[in-house]
Design a protein around this ligand. Structure first.
Ligand SMILES: Cc1cc2nc3c(=O)[nH]c(=O)nc-3n(C[C@H](O)[C@H](O)[C@H](O)COP(=O)(O)OP(=O)(O)OC[C@H]3O[C@@H](n4cnc5c(N)ncnc54)[C@H](O)[C@@H]3O)c2cc1C
Length: 411
């Protein structure tokens, strides 16, 4: 049964089917086999909040198995060695993955390359020498990277960053701090954004460049893991760079135009997060619907109480709308349209709808809704943070309105 009228190409549907089977075999199976390690935070993280080596090894195994099976690089451009599938495939596959696996089987996030952590169109901007050095291992899932843009004083307004790239012979020396850098604790490389022309940067006319930096470079330090939402460990870290030497071939994209490089990944990130929110929302809604059929109160199953079921109907309406918006924005991008407004609307709406749907699913379950076992709290946290990550929902609203005030009134 389908609730969607427009056709999703056969090829994409079959990739999504194959990915689901892959996730069962390589992700869900690993979670079952290593249940305690992957689901009990006391075992997953060490004292410093980093993944223990066994978990890092499992993450790498999933990346490599996904690369071998063809899913990891499915949306990486063909000229970089990927399958070159488009944004609709990216949305459909991520939506399916999160809907199918829920939040507990969290190794799912390593099954398809996330633009900031692995191969992506951004790598088209690295120099041929750097590409020769990193691409083979990156495509095989053996190595990964992270994206160091945000700083303690520069978030939504990334142009306020302070990290400096001071010329040093034919290269530069980088000094500064980065924060919230996802995947950095286990990454092999970091794309670091730094000021290369202070005057241009102060005038907000460029002057910021991107550099590919190995995370074991001298002067590059993971200062601390950031614990969020009550977790004992995490994926995000604070980084310190002290006089880190970079060679000319480590420049990514054009000098002084680092933000142009960053933009290459932004739409993939927003599609990923829209799909993650709608996928987890559907997973939670189905869980809640099932529960209402079995839980009894006052002599009847709670599915007989409209006070319980109407909020779920609300979720169904909202998730359906958000899902259509995600599919539509991805399809527009595949047609070569910028879809800036549509993608902003899809991401902002999906994460808000997702958080509301999961919250309602928690309420439907009563006390059971808060248990770690069910995973609803985990799903809520996941979707709640993406209201801020990857462009806050206020910044997305700002973009939507700027577009409309500028004449883009199409809805
Ligand atoms: C889980 C997670 C992972 C992340 N991963 C990375 C990463 O890998 N790499 C990286 O570089 N960064 C990463 N970030 C950082 C992320 O990009 C920033 O958090 C985001 O850009 C917002 O910046 P901020 O947190 O400093 O909030 P601020 O910019 O300080 O904003 C504070 C509040 O003010 C609002 N606000 C600001 N300006 C406006 C305005 N003009 N109009 C209306 N409201 C406004 C914001 O919406 C927000 O509500 C991550 C963040 C999170 C939560």
């Amino acid at each position: 049964m389908s609730a969607i009228a427009f056709d999703i190409p056969e090829e994409i549907q079959s990739v999504a089917e194959g990915l689901t089977a892959f996730l069962d075999a390589e992700v869900v199976a690993r979670h079952q086999q290593h249940h305690e390690l992957l689901s009990n935070a006391r075992h997953t993280y060490d004292e410093d909040g980093r993944y223990v080596p066994e978990v890092v090894a499992l993450i790498r195994e999933v990346r490599m198995a996904a690369a071998e099976a063809g899913y990891y690089n499915m949306c990486v451009p063909e000229n970089l060695g990927g399958a070159g599938l488009g944004k609709l495939a990216y949305y459909v596959c991520w939506h399916r993955a999160f809907h199918h696996c829920g939040p507990q089987n969290w190794l799912t996030v390593y099954a398809v390359s996330h633009w900031a952590f692995g191969p992506s169109p951004v790598l088209a901007k690295v120099t041929p020498k750097a590409r020769d050095e990193i691409l083979t291992d990156m495509l095989a899932g053996r190595t990964s990277m992270c994206f160091g843009l945000s700083e303690p004083g520069a978030g939504s307004d990334a142009a306020m960053l302070r990290t400096k790239a001071v010329p040093d012979g034919d290269g530069w020396r980088l000094s500064g701090r980065k924060i919230w850098t996802t995947n950095s604790p286990i990454a092999d490389y970091c794309i670091v954004f730094a000021i290369t022309d202070p005057e241009k940067a102060a005038a907000r006319k460029g002057g910021i460049s991107a550099f590919l930096v190995p995370t074991d470079a001298e002067g590059f330090e993971i200062e601390s893991i950031i614990r969020m939402h009550g977790n004992v460990g995490g994926d995000e870290a604070q980084l310190v760079l002290e006089d880190v030497r970079v060679e000319p071939h480590q420049l990514v994209g054009d000098l002084h135009n680092g933000f142009g490089t960053a933009l290459l990944g932004v739409s993939l990130g927003r599609i990923y997060n829209s799909a993650r929110a709608t996928g987890l929302a559907r997973w939670s809604l189905e869980l809640a619907l099932e529960y209402t059929k079995t839980r009894e109160a006052f002599g009847q199953t709670i599915s007989d109480y409209q006070g319980v079921t109407f909020p779920l109907a609300e979720s169904a309406m909202e998730v359906h709308a958000a899902h259509l918006m995600g599919l539509n924005a991805a399809a527009l991008l595949d047609r070569g349209e910028p879809a800036i407004k549509e993608l902003s609307m899809a991401k902002a709406y999906s994460v808000e709808v997702g958080a509301r749907a999961i919250d309602r699913a928690i309420q439907t379950h009563g006390a059971m809704g808060f248990t770690n076992e069910l995973g609803l709290s985990e799903a809520y946290k996941t979707v709640r943070v993406i209201n801020v990550a990857d462009g806050t929902n206020e910044i997305l609203r700002r973009t939507i309105v700027h577009r409309m005030l500028g004449g883009d009134l199409a809805l």
